[in-house]
Ligand binder design. Structure first.
Ligand SMILES: Nc1ncnc2c1ncn2[C@@H]1O[C@H](COP(=O)(O)OP(=O)(O)O)[C@@H](O)[C@H]1O
Ligand SMILES: [Mg+2]
Length: 235
């Protein structure tokens, strides 16, 4: 039932992580590991702490106690600036509602991720366009998010997440706001990325998505891991 997260290959390691926002407790003693190249799905009822888990790993928020180590870096040892740099350089994140910047065209949304790390504009825009092209939304480069379909928005968001070649891609219900066809396409995209070596941790309500995309399932309830299992990936 427990995973071998003592491996040197572990890209993410949580030890005894608690997170409380007062009452209730969002995470109640979580220890888990994710190895390089894995695709791991997290499932569990609404409010059980899944987004909080991702936010801890992304360095968007800090645990009340316990340690989070990502890519050899103990996030608790980083100050706010260090944490922001860590997040920009090491983590790519996609969300149910895309979280794109509404008043920037697609290309600028993607390029911004690199510009925030200090990359020259021309270089950032060049890579952004390459990624939009790879993800099938190059034609939408000058379009504003509001004019894009949900599926197109999520592709732009995936491009943005990949911009800085993150060690870890976090996806929080990435198909939750999409119709089934766009959802399938985003799903296929995540599978392709993982097969190219991208380590992936995703939260989903959709058992089919978990089965198709992930090699391991972590089930959460009430802020704890209640079950871990290996999945036979569906073809
Ligand atoms: N920023 C926050 N402030 C206060 N409470 C929060 C915050 N984020 C999450 N919570 C609470 O923590 C618990 C877990 O939330 P969350 O991680 O969003 O669950 P899930 O993603 O599994 O639906 C919930 O009770 C939620 O209300
Ligand atoms: Mg959530």
């Amino acid at each position: 039932m427990t995973s071998d997260y003592s491996s040197d290959q572990a890209i993410v390691r949580l030890d005894g992580v608690h997170k409380s926002y007062g009452d209730p407790v969002a995470l109640n003693g979580v220890s888990l590991g994710i190895r390089a190249g894995e695709a791991v799905a997290v499932m569990g009822p609404s409010g059980c702490g899944k987004s909080t888990l991702l936010n801890m790993i992304a360095g968007l928020d800090r645990p009340t106690s316990g340690t989070v180590t990502v890519h050899g870096e103990d996030l608790g040892e980083l100050n706010e600036t260090g944490l922001a740099l860590f997040r920009r350089r090491r983590i790519g994140m996609i969300f149910q509602f895309f979280n794109l910047v509404d008043d920037l065209p697609a290309l600028d949304n993607v390029a911004l991720a690199a510009q925030l790390t200090g990359a020259p504009t021309s270089q950032a825009r060049k890579r952004a366009l390459e990624l939009l092209d790879e993800l099938g939304v190059a034609e939408q480069r000058d379009s504003y998010p509001a004019t894009l379909s949900g599926g197109q928005r999520q592709r732009v968001a995936v491009a943005r997440a990949l911009m800085n070649r993150p060690v870890l891609l976090l996806a929080d219900e990435p198909t939750g706001a999409l119709d089934s066809r766009s959802g399938e396409q985003v799903m296929d995209l995540l599978i392709d990325l993982n097969q190219m070596g991208q380590t992936l941790l995703m939260v989903t309500h959709d058992p089919r998505l978990a089965r198709r995309c992930a090699s391991r399932l972590i089930e959460f309830a009430d802020g704890r891991v209640v079950r871990e299992s290996t999945l036979e990936r569906a073809a």
